[in-house]
Design a protein around this ligand. Structure first.
Ligand code: S3P
Length: 166
């Protein structure tokens, strides 16, 4: 059975909603960022600092290549997982891709709670999130089978909405 792949910006709730969907559907849940950290024994800020964004992207592609060959998963991806054509192909293979689309103001609120996202420490977070969305929103839409517009409501509600489509 195919994988459910959650894509969308930082703060969209991919991991929280992914866990809820996995539970409801009795599937395994995997989070590509968490897998990268668990396997490497270092965290994402460390990878960005020592290897740059390019190093992180290489690890991300390797991880997605592995996870996307599995079956019956709910997979939460990092916000930039859609940037390369190679990743977009991987994410679309044997999967239903769900784009969790959330306004920048809400992304900002949710990501302000921790500093584990190196891209947001490079300047004004709101401006960065806007610029990232301008580039990425068309890419999210390009590969999405389902687009769920959330405005910061409860994750349980969003998960229920997704379940209705499956
Ligand atoms: C990134 C998003 C992060 C993580 C990394 C880069 C991005 O994941 O992969 O910091 O490029 O948007 P989340 O979307 O889970 O925060």
């Amino acid at each position: 059975m195919s994988n459910l792949v959650l894509i969308g910006p930082m703060g969209a709730g991919k991991s929280t909603i992914g866990r809820l969907l996995a539970k409801a559907l009795s599937r395994s849940f995997k989070d590509s960022d968490q897998e990268i950290e668990q396997r490497s024994g270092v965290d994402i800020p460390w990878i960005f600092e020592k290897e740059g964004e390019q190093g992180f992207r290489a690890r991300e592609t390797a991880m997605l290549a592995e996870l996307c060959t599995q079956d019956h998963l709910v997979l939460a991806t990092g916000g930039g997982a859609i940037l390369s054509a190679q990743n977009r192909d991987l994410l679309q293979t044997n999967s239903l891709v769900i784009y969790l689309c959330i306004p920048v103001a809400e992304q900002l609120k949710r990501t302000a709670q921790n500093r584990s996202r190196p891209l947001l420490n490079q300047g004004n977070p709101e401006q960065i999130l806007r610029e990232l969305m301008a580039v990425r929103d068309p890419l999210y839409r390009e590969i999405a089978d389902l687009i769920i517009e959330t405005d910061g409501g409860a994750p349980q509600q969003t998960a229920q909405e997704i379940l209705l489509y499956l």
